[in-house]
Design a binder for this molecule. Structure first.
Ligand code: GLN
Length: 243
């Protein structure tokens, strides 16, 4: 078995080590004997999005987003078709914002998004920064997903959320919701090593892609006790007011 991961704009959208998510997917597949091909999709290195089993897009500064959007817009139909067709897509922060209608940056400048989804994002002066804990709505066990967020943008939408906020801000700091889910596409503000910290989410992504391509129903188990013990510890510290 093999999976093709398209890493979208790795040179321009890679804040806080978002690339670690691709490494995590690759390693967890390789440990199970699943071959991974990584395509670094960017300006001057385009490829047929039809060939992607998993698309990953990280976050970026307003500057990075500004460089990416006009190029990315040319792929609106391809990206939209891939999502409708059930390709797996994980879009983080700036990537999540760019799948919506538009992003109004910190200077009030409107950066058009692909409009695959009908939400808009508007930046405010005060950035939403810090550790974040959510309870996922994907039915994953454990329920916690932990991460780090740093965004000026506030996103409001009517899609299903990835989770409800336990600690932190999420989509907008107001409605206590984080991220979005549509078919096999997940948008989230959780940056950096999201998947290494949340192996259940990494395996959800891998299994979803494998189910779509092959008749695979379960994955070989990897021991992630340490990661889940960390989830419990961080929940305990936050609920005791120690952090
Ligand atoms: N530039 C966007 C914002 O500030 C996205 C930031 C990011 O990807 N961390 O909201």
């Amino acid at each position: 078995m093999e999976l093709n991961i398209f890493h979208m704009y790795p040179d321009l959208l890679n804040l806080y080590g978002d690339i670690g998510n691709v490494t995590c997917l690759k390693k967890r597949c390789e440990w199970r004997g699943i071959k991974i091909n990584i395509v670094d999709f960017s300006l001057g290195n385009e490829a047929d999005i039809n060939g992607a089993d998993i698309l990953f897009m990280g976050g970026g500064s307003d500057r990075g987003q500004n460089i990416v959007y006009s190029h990315f817009l040319k792929y609106k139909n391809d990206v939209s078709n891939a999502i409708e067709d059930g390709s797996v897509f994980l879009a983080i922060c700036g990537g999540y914002q760019l799948l919506g209608e538009s992003y109004i940056d910190a200077n009030g400048m409107k950066i058009p998004g692909l409009g695959v989804f009908d939400y808009t994002t508007e930046s405010e002066v005060e950035r939403l920064i810090g550790n974040i804990i959510i309870k996922n709505k994907l039915g994953l066990n454990p329920q916690t997903i932990v991460g780090f967020e740093n965004h000026g943008g506030r996103t409001y939408h009517d899609y299903n959320a990835l989770g409800s906020v336990v600690v932190g801000n999420g989509n907008n700091g107001k409605d206590e919701l984080e991220g979005m889910i549509y078919k096999n596409c997940i948008g989230t503000y959780l940056h950096g090593p999201l998947l290494p910290k949340n192996p259940h989410l990494a395996d959800h992504i891998i299994l979803t892609a494998l189910k779509r391509k092959y008749d695979i129903k379960i994955l070989d188990v990897i021991n992630d006790d340490l990661e889940y013990a960390a989830h419990e510890k961080v929940l305990e510290l936050y609920s005791n007011g120690k952090v």
